[in-house]
Each structure stands twice: as C-alpha cells, then as structure tokens.
Design a protein around this ligand. Structure first.
Ligand SMILES: Cc1cc2nc3c(=O)[nH]c(=O)nc-3n(C[C@H](O)[C@H](O)[C@H](O)COP(=O)(O)OP(=O)(O)OC[C@H]3O[C@@H](n4cnc5c(N)ncnc54)[C@H](O)[C@@H]3O)c2cc1C
Length: 439
C-alpha cells in the first residue's frame, strides 16, 4: 500500500517531535517510530539541557564545547547552537516544560567540562519532562500523525539524481507499506543497540546510518563514539543505567578499590573514562566506586530521585555507601553528514538529532549539549523544508516519485531479521574501517 504525506519524520525523540511541531497546520506530517512513542533515548536524558546564561557566558560556553570536542568541532554549528539556546528554552517553557527554578529565576546545574553552571534541569529526569511535553503537544496537533511500531526498512530514492521520495516501512502486523513524502527527515537517534554495553534503548540500532551507507549518502566521523564514564555496574543483561555527570558536578568523587580518589571527576567524558579504565586495569576490578558522601542527603533525594531509586533497586543506598560504576557506550558524535539546515547530501532528505552530524560536538560531546543540539537543528530543518515547499512544483515531484515507487520491489523487506543483520554489519564494518583510517 502507498500512503502519502507532505513530510515523514522517522523517530519520536526530542529531534523528531520538535521538528514535527515546527510545521504549520496545513502541512501533513507523519511521524513513525519502531517502538512505543515514549521509548526513545531522549526520554532517558537525566542531567539537563544547556542554555547560554548571558552574553558574558558566550565565550566560556563556546570554549567548553570546543575543548570537550578536542577542537574538531564545526565552529559555525557551535555558534548557531549556543546563540539559539535561549530561544529553544523559551519555546520549551511555552510548550509547558517545567524547568527547575530558584525563586523567580531559572535554576542551573553544572556537569563535567562546564566552566560554570549553565544546565537547565527537571529533577534528574529532564529528558522525560521535555520529550513527554513535546509528545503531548504533538498529539494535540491535527496535522501530525504519530504511528508506533512502524519500522523504517529503507528509503525510496533515485540514486542517479540523488533524490529521496519517501520510505519503505514494516508495520507491526508484518505488512510492508511505501510512504510517499515530499520530504523525509531521519531522527533515528544513535547506535547503542549495536553494542553489548550501552545506556541506549536496545532498539536504537543506527538504522538510518545503514540506509545512508547503502545509498551512498555522505557520512561524517562514524567512528566518533562516546563512552560515558559512569553507569551503574550490574551483572544483569540489557541497558546500562546512567549515573549522570551532574552527580559528579554536585560533588561525587571516584574511588579505587581501596576507596582512594584517583582522578579529577569534572574533566570531559573521554578523559574521565580513560582514567577509570586505567584504574580498573590496575586494580583488576570490573568497576570503580562512586561516593556521594560530599553531597547533602537532601540534595541526593531531591535532585537525583531517579538515580536514588535505581541504586536502591540494585541493592545500594547512595546516601550511605559507595556505588559501583563502569564506562559504557553512550552517545554517537558522528553520523549522516548535514549542513547547518540539517540537509544531507541527498535532495529532499534531512537528518536531525543524534543520527546526524553537523560537527557541533567534534570528537567528544560536552555534557547536556545534545538535547539542545537536537532541537536547534530540528527546527532549522523544518524551517528550510517549509521554505522549499512554498516554491515546490508538486506535479514534477509526483511524476518522479511515482515512477520510483511503482518500480520498488518491496518483497525483499519481508525478511526483517536478515536486513537487520545486514544493516548491523554494514555500520560496524564502516566504523572499523574509519577507525583504522585514523590509526
Ligand atoms: C541514559 C541517557 C542519558 C542522557 N542524558 C542526557 C542529558 O542529560 N542531556 C543531553 O543533552 N543529552 C543526554 N543524552 C543524550 C540525548 O538523550 C540524546 O542524544 C538525544 O535525546 C537524541 O535524541 P534523538 O531525537 O536524536 O534520538 P532518540 O531520542 O534516541 O529517538 C530516536 C527515535 O528513532 C526511532 N527509530 C530508530 N530507528 C528507527 C526505524 N528504523 N524506524 C522507525 N523508528 C526508528 C526510535 O524508536 C526513537 O523514537 C542522554 C542519553 C542517554 C541514553
């Protein structure tokens, strides 16, 4: 069956929803997700979202982002992100996001790599607060349709003229549909599901990256994968639970097997990760300890209730004892190469959020820059698509798209397992190739 829409967005995380919300009522937007709408990594974000405090903060915010990224960041992207941050925060508040306040003023917390507190937060569940609010707003909009358990299997495109006409998707009942769309937006998140130890949802498996590789769409820094230094150590299988950087920002310290401090906990993630790995090797242990002794008990309970709950479930009371922590795959700085309007190297195809790479994070992401980046560049994608749609020749689009859609062989997508395995291999091989190019 062929379904038609103006814009199809793949993913219900912060990037996908924010993009969808920026189209006017007369633009039909279909948003699909391979799982339930609230099962995205955006819901898992704990620490918060950065915001430029005031004009004096610009140089510090810029330098902290560049320093964390080993100065490999795209400076234009960094500037756009920082300059847009106050607008994005205001929009979120207008949508109903409840950021923490200190009296009348917004409250800020601090995380590793930041020279000063500039992170907006909601307890330790900021991602849930932001993304559930966006989802509520999107569900109310007449022009937005959200479909759960619909999996993107491929795009329909003309590789010769490098143009995308929509998607091939698999529905929960196993049927295959084609979605014809004037514009397609990948907002598919990272690739943690490809790794054994990751803080990501298991279904976030870099599908858009595989599809991009398959069709020769340009990629950037596919080997730039961030490991988070502190996830709660567990013998159980599945997703690793993150112990947010803001816990260290509030004063928690890392200890070796003899409960001695061994590093500066507030340095960027890759450096703290390397310190922990070195210590684990030296001690011959599968984890190191994190002590929250220096944080007032009341702060642990009020600022980190979710972390507190998870630790208790795992058998540790962080107000009384150290908790075991270990580094795990966490974030993907690389991705599908995009420009400042989030357009890929293929016409009519955009990529936003973690699946894309506009170079904002360089080699390593600064804490709490990714929700912000996702939304800044999702809005820019919507803005450019809206402009392009104004001067669109619909007849020409229909003619080109219909030709490719009628030729598409959808039967090959019945074997989901085979395609999933092929896509996984494609992405992991490319990462290895890129790694060896850098060595
Ligand atoms: C535990 C954790 C804590 C974090 N804490 C912070 C923080 O404090 N601050 C911060 O800024 N960032 C944080 N991050 C990072 C941040 O949450 C993500 O980078 C960001 O939210 C990515 O948003 P996204 O919309 O790009 O992707 P996601 O939110 O991951 O959404 C991806 C969507 O794509 C869908 N999808 C994927 N493949 C397909 C397919 N083939 N077909 C259909 N749908 C598909 C998924 O179902 C999902 O809906 C954290 C991440 C994790 C995992």
């Amino acid at each position: 069956m062929v379904k038609e829409t103006d814009v199809v967005v793949v993913g219900t995380g912060a990037a996908g929803l924010f993009c969808a919300l920026h189209f006017p009522e007369n633009t039909k937007v279909l948003v699909i997700t391979k799982d339930e709408a609230d099962k995205s990594d955006s819901f898992l974000a704990q620490g918060g979202m950065c915001m430029l405090r005031d004009e004096e903060d610009f140089d510090g915010f810029f330098e902290d982002t560049m320093k964390a990224g080993h100065y490999e960041n795209n400076k234009d992207s960094v500037e756009v992100m920082i300059r847009s941050s106050r607008k994005i925060a205001k929009e979120l508040i207008d949508y109903g996001v409840d950021f923490e306040h200190d009296g009348e003023e917004l409250a800020f917390t601090r995380e590793g790599g930041h020279g000063r507190p500039r992170i907006l937060y909601h307890e330790d569940v900021t991602g849930k607060e932001i993304t559930s609010t966006l989802l509520e707003n999107a569900l109310k909009r007449k022009n937005i349709t959200i479909q759960e358990h619909v999996k993107m299997m491929d795009i329909v495109c003309d590789e010769d003229i490098n143009e995308c006409y929509g998607l091939i998707v698999k529905n929960s009942d196993g049927s295959i549909d084609i979605i014809k769309a004037k514009y397609t937006v990948f907002a598919c998140g990272g690739l943690g599901g490809l790794y054994k130890h990751s803080t990501n949802f298991r279904h976030i498996t870099g599908d858009a990256l595989a599809i991009a590789l398959k069709h020769g769409i340009e990629m950037e820094h596919i080997d730039y994968i961030q490991i988070h230094p502190t996830t709660l150590y567990s013998e159980k299988p599945g997703r690793r639970f993150l112990i947010s950087e803001s816990v260290r920002g509030e004063g928690a310290i890392l200890l070796d097997k003899n409960k001695k401090r061994f590093c500066d906990e507030l340095r960027p993630r890759d450096i703290v990760t390397a310190d922990i790995r070195r210590q684990m090797e030296k001690d011959g242990t599968p984890f190191v300890w994190l002590s929250m002794e220096r944080i007032p008990e009341e702060t642990i309970r009020t600022h980190f209730p979710n972390i507190m709950k998870q630790c208790l479930e795992e058998g540790y009371d962080p107000t009384k004892e150290c908790i075991p922590v270990v580094p795990a795959q966490h974030y993907f700085m690389g991705g599908i190469k995009v420009n400042l309007s989030s357009m890929t190297s293929m016409e009519r195809l955009y990529a936003v959020g973690e699946t894309s790479c506009n170079g904002v994070h360089g080699k390593n992401r600064l804490a709490s820059n990714s929700l912000l980046e996702s939304m800044v560049f999702a809005e820019r994608a919507a803005d450019e698509i809206k402009e392009k749609m104004k001067s669109e020749d619909d007849g020409q689009f229909e003619q080109k798209a219909d030709g490719y859609i009628s030729d598409a062989d959808i039967s090959i997508y019945n074997d989901d397992e085979k395609i999933t395995a092929e896509y996984k291999e494609l992405v992991l091989n490319e990462i290895e190739k890129e790694k060896s190019r850098h060595e």
